[in-house]
Ligand binder design. Structure first.
Ligand SMILES: Nc1nc2c(ncn2[C@@H]2O[C@H](COP(=O)(O)OP(=O)(O)OP(=O)(O)O)[C@@H](O)[C@H]2O)c(=O)[nH]1
Length: 334
């Protein structure tokens, strides 16, 4: 600010401090302790360093939202984990995988949910709330896009039979596990052993109940399903990674109502539909397989008894909704 003449405080003005020239050399953190981010809450990162829980902030040089649950990070500062201490995340290691979703199919803003998972467990209740195969198919698209192995976990088998869903998904090579209150969890434990598994599902399907059974000390809050809306209450509000006693991690994520896929390139959606893919061999080059695309081979699948109409509808709903496909449709033809 320009100083007024005769300003009586002018004499007190301190000489400007020269800033030290910045060094271009960053400290070498390659030997700094390596921890895993287990939860993120308002700029505070809880990290697990060989079983010790450490609270950390993120170094300013790292971009916003650059560390997410599942990330392997190098820590500087106080890594004792004692109450009141704080470490600093100085490096986020390269990720093996990133599971992403968008709020809906038009949302250009993609949300990385979890880093470094190997397996995606789609938790679906057989009733209360009722299963939605469209949602399962959407999550499968995101799963294959992230390079993860899918596992379908059907809960609440005390309320309804799993036969239909097993018949629909097992032939696609997807492992299916069924649970109910008091069920023997050995098959699920075996499937999770030494894997980093992320649990995804609609609110109220029983993810937290499962997590509490697998890791009792987790004490994840469980909620009632609303009798009127049939929806869960979104009791868990943020993702959390938990160590499994016999090796591996499970990452519980908040219940989702939708699973947007605008981050998945449209031509990759078909990968989650191996049962339909063979019909696309006869399609014209670059066919996006929408209902309106001329000579799309999937139109023949409609008349094939071995094809599930629900799966075909589910696929078509996903591609028909895309606004980023620039290929003429039947109605565009002269
Ligand atoms: N009958 C039956 N009820 C179950 C089963 N598993 C969970 N529940 C009940 O379903 C309700 C919702 O379970 P939660 O574990 O809170 O569900 P969630 O998926 O974690 O829900 P969000 O936290 O909202 O994501 C609770 O009342 C559970 O007791 C099951 O196998 N059978």
């Amino acid at each position: 600010m320009a100083r007024r003449r005769g300003d009586e405080y002018a004499a007190f003005d301190r000489p400007r401090r020269r800033s030290r020239p910045r060094t271009k050399e960053r400290p070498d953190y390659s030997d700094a302790p390596l921890a895993r981010v287990v939860s993120v809450d308002r700029g505070r990162y809880r990290c697990d360093l060989d079983g010790v829980s450490i609270t950390a902030t993120k170094a300013r040089v790292l971009a916003r939202n650059s560390a997410i649950v599942g990330d392997l990070v190098r820590l500087d500062g106080d890594t004792s984990g004692h109450p009141g201490t704080m470490a600093r995340i100085v490096v986020v290691e390269e990720r093996d995988s990133v599971l992403r979703r968008t709020a809906d199919d038009d949302d250009p803003y993609e949300r990385p949910i979890v880093a470094n998972a190997d397996q995606l467990v789609i938790v679906t209740a057989l009733a209360d709330p009722p299963p939605r195969t469209g949602m399962i198919d959407r999550i499968l698209v995101a799963c294959y896009d992230a390079g993860l192995e899918p596992l379908l976990c059907l809960t609440k088998s005390d309320l309804a039979t799993p036969d239909e869903l097993i018949a629909a998904y097992e032939p696609l090579g997807i492992k299916v596990i069924t649970t109910r209150p008091g069920a023997d969890l050995t098959p699920l434990r075996n499937a999770l052993h030494n894997q980093i598994s992320v649990l995804v599902g609609h609110s109220g399907v029983g993810k937290s109940t499962l997590v509490n059974a697998l890791v009792p000390e987790a004490e994840r809050t469980t909620g009632q399903v609303n009798e009127v809306t049939g929806r869960g209450r979104h009791t868990s509000t943020s993702a959390m990674a938990l160590r499994l006693a016999n090796g591996g991690w499970i990452i519980d994520t908040p219940g989702v109502r939708s699973f947007g896929l605008s981050h998945v390139e449209w031509h990759k959606v078909i990968r989650a539909f191996p049962d339909l893919e063979r019909f696309t061999d006869t399609c014209p080059r670059g066919c996006p397989h929408r209902s309106s695309d001329p000579e799309c081979g999937l139109d023949l699948a409609r008349h094939d008894e071995s094809v599930s109409a629900a799966r075909l509808d589910s696929f078509r709903r996903m591609v028909d909704a895309r606004t980023d496909i620039d290929v003429p449709t039947r109605s565009d033809r002269p």
